[in-house]
Design a binder for this molecule. Structure first.
Ligand code: F0G
Length: 482
């Protein structure tokens, strides 16, 4: 995105790319959209893509790739062992992060599996600014606990804090004293903290956490899946880094960490994943698990074409025009919604616009999954597929009671370089309509509830007749518009 001033003085996101390949999408009539939602058990994960107009479920594996990424895929070196493609990827990552060892995996959660298996013992605790669903699942599977020590600002929907993903240093010190350092499996910092609204972590905070961890011999793990957004925010929100090269910032972050892992479905706009380490002992321990769960050490479950795309994609994250596109579009969508009085997480983060379902659907009890209901209503009203990030995304407690989420959010992800501004404006328009008619949205209840990661494939139904009332109102207001 560029810094171009418009005659009107308006701040309009201007794309620094052109579209040379397109995919047709369909906008079904609202009655059909309700039918599709019913067939999907009111879970947006279970919708078929052919029925979706704008897929804002996630940015995972759906970012637009560049022509150079596609070109690189054609020169991939197919080999089970010793592929040239792997060495190109390895040396690129070593150069960008300044770390010595690289292990390839098929995606981000595969790194989490290996990290949990090598570093978590039953009864130990992993501290983190905030959990991610798959991260927590792998740690608890190994008998470990997860404790979140994010700054209080991070949990406020609206805030002026520029780095809401920061770790609360007092809580970190307190946790080390209370638990004892030998009971702490590791400390984890998540870049662009996903579940609190894609919020960045500041360099000064990472530096302080790293200092405390090193003093106490606690390994520091960095989830870099959303690093590109975080790099953008460090560059534009921390004056000290305004003129510092993105690669230099990346290396500075990596120098503070013991393990850096990422989902390349997000970072680098490709597919796959991997881990970087500096410590040889830990590397050798983790290396044993790669052939067991992922594949041989020179592909780790990825196709050579994916690895080539990742190599180029990682180099492109050093380009401000590339990494600024999502945060700037997210800001545009957030501002459009805020101007209509709709509550969203502020300041706008990376990854997507996060609508606050707690305020939007305050009339729906938390036990009836208000964020899930808002996600379903949004699809019915617009054909836009978002994702519930609230209580449905939590796991029940051992006694079967609900683990209520601190935040009830509808995430509208803005994958990199995929949507146009008019599509963003359409989304804001339909959400505004829904907001005006929010009293019509009702709750949901499970009809099938899996024990682990229930939000992925659980099925629900609406409580009452609200979906039909919503359609009636839509027809009154929009006539026969799609
Ligand atoms: N860490 C973070 C911060 C993530 O956002 C994700 C995935 C993962 C780890 C796991 O990576 O999917 O490659 O196994 N986030 C996706 C999302 C699924 O939609 O936010 P993965």
């Amino acid at each position: 995105m560029s810094n171009v001033t418009f005659l009107s003085g308006e701040n309009i996101p201007l794309e620094m790319h052109k579209v040379r390949m397109v995919q047709k999408i369909n906008l079904l009539p609202i009655e059909k959209r309700l039918q599709c939602m019913k067939e999907a058990g009111f879970n947006t994960f279970l919708l078929k893509n052919r029925d979706v107009f704008l897929d804002m479920l996630t940015d995972s594996g759906v970012n637009a790739m560049s022509e150079n990424q596609y070109a690189a895929m054609m020169q991939a070196d197919d080999s089970y062992a010793g592929s040239e493609t792997f060495y190109r990827l390895e040396s690129t990552l070593q150069d960008i992060f300044g770390m010595k060892y690289f292990l390839p995996t098929h995606q981000g959660r595969a790194c989490e599996n290996i990290i949990a298996q090598t570093m978590v013992k039953p009864g130990t605790t992993a501290l983190m600014n905030f959990h991610f669903t798959t991260t927590k699942a792998h740690i608890t599977l190994m008998g470990g606990n997860v404790e979140e020590i994010i700054s209080d600002e991070g949990l406020k929907i609206q805030s002026n804090a520029l780095f809401k993903g920061d770790v609360d240093i007092c809580k970190l010190n307190e946790a080390i004293t209370r638990l004892g350092k030998e009971k702490i499996a590791f400390m984890r910092i998540e870049a662009g903290t996903n579940l609190v609204g894609g919020q960045p972590v500041s360099m000064s905070n990472m530096r302080e956490v790293s200092r405390i961890c090193r003093e106490n011999g606690i390994p520091l793990v960095y989830d870099a899946s959303l690093l590109s957004d975080n790099l953008y925010f460090i560059k534009v929100r921390d004056k000290k880094y305004k003129n510092i090269d993105i690669k230099e910032i990346t290396r500075e972050i990596a120098s503070l960490m013991d393990v850096v892992y990422f989902s390349a479905r997000k970072l680098g706009s490709a597919r796959g994943g991997g881990m970087l380490l500096s410590d040889e002992k830990l590397f050798l321990k983790m290396r044993e698990l790669v052939p067991l769960f992922e594949g041989f050490l020179t592909y780790g479950g990825m196709s050579v074409r994916e690895m080539e795309a990742m190599t180029v994609g990682m180099q492109e994250t050093l380009d401000i025009d590339v990494i600024s596109q999502t945060p700037i579009f997210v800001e545009a969508l957030c501002n459009e919604l805020l101007s209509k009085g709709i509550p969203v997480v502020t300041p706008p983060g990376g990854l997507g616009c996060h609508v606050d379902a707690t305020q939007f659907c305050s009339h729906i009890p938390q036990t009836q999954y208000r964020a899930g209901a808002l996600a379903a209503a949004t699809f019915i009203a617009s054909g836009v597929r978002g994702m519930e990030r609230g209580t449905m995304s939590e796991q029940r407690n051992d006694d079967g009671s609900e683990q209520f989420s601190e935040m009830e959010l509808l995430r509208l992800a803005v994958p990199k370089r995929v949507f146009t501004l008019s599509q963003v404006k359409y989304t804001a328009d339909r959400i505004a309509w829904l907001f005006n008619n929010r009293h019509l949205i009702g709750g949901l209840e499970f009809t099938e509830e899996p024990k682990v990661l229930r939000f992925f494939f659980g099925r629900l139904k609406p409580i009452g007749n609200w979906t039909h009332e919503l359609i009636e109102q839509f027809r009154k207001d929009f006539g026969d518009s799609l």
